[in-house]
Design a protein around this ligand. Structure first.
Ligand SMILES: [Fe+2]
Length: 368
C-alpha cells in the first residue's frame, strides 16, 4: 500500500520538459526504456515469454523469440511488429547455443540481454516421475540455461571493450560530481542558517567550482555542442526542451552571482548571510531538478535521436574542444576540488566521476 507520506512524482511535458501543471499539455512520468537492446527470449512463443517480449518491444527493444518448432512462432512474431523476429532453437541441444547467439547477432547486432524463459512443468507427483522425465527437466532448466548464459556472457564480454561511450554518458557522469558539490553547498548553507557560522573558504571554493566546472565546462559543452545537435534533429529551441534548459542555466548563473555578492558583503552586512543561504537553497533546488530532467528525459531523448555515427561525431567534438584547452589539467583539478569539499563538508563522494572522460570546457582557471 502506498504511504501518504511518499512524495508525489513530478510529471513533465513530453516536448518542453516544463512541469505538466505549468505547461498544460499531456505529460508522462519518465518511462522505463529498452531502446537499442537486443534480446533473445527462449520459449518465447506463449505465456510469460510472449508477455515479456511484448513489454520489451513496447519499451523499444528488438527481440528474437525461440522455440523448437518455429511454425507457430511466425504468426506470433508477426503480431509483435518489425522489432520482433524468431529462430528455431532447442535449449537441450547445448552445443547449438553459440549458433543461436550468432544467429541473433546476425539479425539484430550483438546481444545485450538474454531471457532464459524456456521451461517445462511435469504436473504429476514425484513418485510417478521417471528418471528420464526428471533429466529432461534438468536438461532444459539447468543445462540449457547454463549453456546459453555462458555463451552469451562470453560474447558480451568480448564486445564490451568495443562499445564506445555516448556523449550523454559523459554529461551524466559530470552531473554526479555537480551533485556532490551541491550536497556540500547544502551543508554549508544549513550550518550557516542553524548556527550563523559561514565557512567562507568552502563557500568560495564551491562557487568557483560551479562557475568553472558546472557552468563553463559542463553547461558550456551542452550549450555549444549538445543542444545545437539536438536542435538540428528537430527539437525546437523556442518551444522545446533545450530552450527550457538554457533558461535554467541562466537562472542558475543569477543565483551564483547573488551568492558571490553575499559572500563579499558577509563581513560588514548582517543580512548578507541570509541572502547567501536563500540563494544557495534556490540554486540547489533548481540544479537538482534540472539534472533530474536531463538525466531522465532529455538524455534518453537524445540517445534515441542520434545515430551511432552522430554520437561518435559529438564525442569527437568534445575531444576536439578538450584538446584546445589552454590548461588541460584544470578538469582534473576541479574533480579534486569536489572531493576536497566533500571531505571538508562531511558529505559522501560520488562513486561515478568522469576522471578519464573528455572535458571540453576550455577553462584555464585552476581549482585547488
Ligand atoms: Fe547538464
Amino acid at each position: 500500500m502506498k504511504s501518504d507520506k511518499s512524495p508525489a512524482r513530478k510529471k513533465y511535458c513530453h516536448s518542453c520538459l516544463t512541469q505538466a501543471a505549468e505547461c498544460g499539455s499531456q505529460a508522462y512520468p519518465c518511462p522505463f526504456r529498452l531502446d537499442s537492446q537486443r534480446v533473445p527470449i527462449t520459449g518465447g512463443g506463449t505465456g510469460l515469454g510472449l508477455a515479456m517480449a511484448r513489454c520489451m518491444v513496447d519499451a523499444g527493444a528488438s527481440v528474437i523469440l525461440t522455440r523448437r518448432r518455429d511454425t507457430v512462432l511466425r504468426q506470433t512474431v508477426a503480431s509483435l511488429g518489425p522489432q520482433a523476429g524468431c529462430a528455431r532453437h532447442d535449449v537441450t541441444r547445448l552445443k547449438q547455443s553459440p549458433t543461436l547467439i550468432a544467429k541473433v547477432q546476425k539479425k539484430l547486432g550483438p546481444v545485450t540481454i538474454l531471457v532464459n524463459n524456456a521451461g517445462v512443468h511435469l504436473k504429476k507427483p514425484a513418485v510417478e516421475t521417471t528418471e528420464e522425465e526428471l533429466l529432461q527437466v534438468l536438461s532444459i532448466h539447468v543445462l540449457g540455461t547454463h549453456a546459453l548464459s555462458r555463451d552469451f556472457t562470453t560474447g558480451y564480454n568480448s564486445q564490451k571493450g568495443r562499445v564506445s561511450m555516448k556523449p550523454t554518458d559523459i554529461l551524466s557522469q559530470e552531473h554526479r560530481v555537480i551533485e556532490q558539490v551541491l550536497n556540500c553547498l547544502e551543508r554549508i548553507a544549513q550550518r550557516c542558517r542553524d548556527d550563523g557560522a559561514l565557512d567562507a573558504q568552502a563557500a568560495r571554493d564551491a562557487l568557483e567550482f560551479f562557475r568553472n566546472f558546472a557552468d563553463c565546462c559542463h553547461h558550456g559543452k551542452e550549450e555549444s555542442h549538445f543542444f545545437p545537435a539536438m536542435e538540428a534533429k528537430g527539437f525546437s529551441r523556442e518551444s522545446g526542451p533545450t530552450g527550457v534548459m538554457l533558461r535554467e542555466h541562466e537562472l542558475g548563473r543569477g543565483y551564483v552571482r547573488q551568492m558571490n555578492d553575499a559572500l563579499h558583503d558577509a563581513s560588514h552586512d548582517p543580512g548578507a548571510k541570509d541572502h547567501f543561504v536563500n540563494n544557495a537553497v534556490s540554486y540547489i533546488g533548481l540544479l537538482r531538478e534540472h539534472i533530474r530532467k536531463e538525466d531522465h528525459c532529455l538524455f534518453p531523448m537524445a540517445d534515441r535521436a542520434f545515430s551511432e555515427a552522430e554520437q561518435n561525431q559529438l564525442l569527437e567534438t568534445f575531444r576536439h574542444v578538450e584538446s584546445e584547452m589552454p590548461d588541460p589539467g584544470a578538469h582534473e583539478r576541479y574533480l579534486r576540488l569536489a572531493d576536497y569539499l566533500a571531505e571538508r563538508c562531511g558529505v559522501h563522494r560520488s562513486t561515478s566521476t568522469p576522471s578519464s572522460g573528455p572535458c571540453g570546457c576550455g577553462h584555464s582557471d585552476a581549482g585547488k
